[in-house]
Design a binder for this molecule. Sequence first.
Ligand code: HEC
Length: 108
Amino acid sequence: MIRAKKSESARIAPGMWCSISIMIALGLAITTLYACSAGPALSADQSRGKRIYEALCDKCHKLIPPQSRADHEWTAAAERYGVKLKLQPNEVTLLKVYLNRANDADFR
Ligand code: HEC
């Protein structure tokens, strides 16, 4: 009789599992929310392209939202305005790498 009592007290009450699952689910939800609010991860080249874009492409007009143009339009714009800004060929490439990623539907 004493034995049975002992093992019973060591068990986690069935209701506890429910609380534990809720805590795990909340933890996951918070982690997911944080990961999404921190913005998308950029590769090193994409970050360089972003810096060039934000530093130089607002000289004559406001920055145009990357989502508003298709890849081929950004490629053409990077080449056209890259010449005007006297960018190096590798800087034009970085601009294209960033802009052709930043207009993707899953890029938020
Ligand atoms: C020397 C001034 C100048 C600079 C610097 C400049 N732009 Fe522009 N941009 C313009 C003008 C003027 C227009 C509108 C007329 C046109 O389409 O040429 C324009 C329009 C645009 C358009 C819209 C074209 C369309 O109709 O789809 C895009 C996209 C664009 N620029 C991208 C860029 C990017 C990317 C950079 C940086 C590499 C940049 N611009 C830097 C002057 C500039």
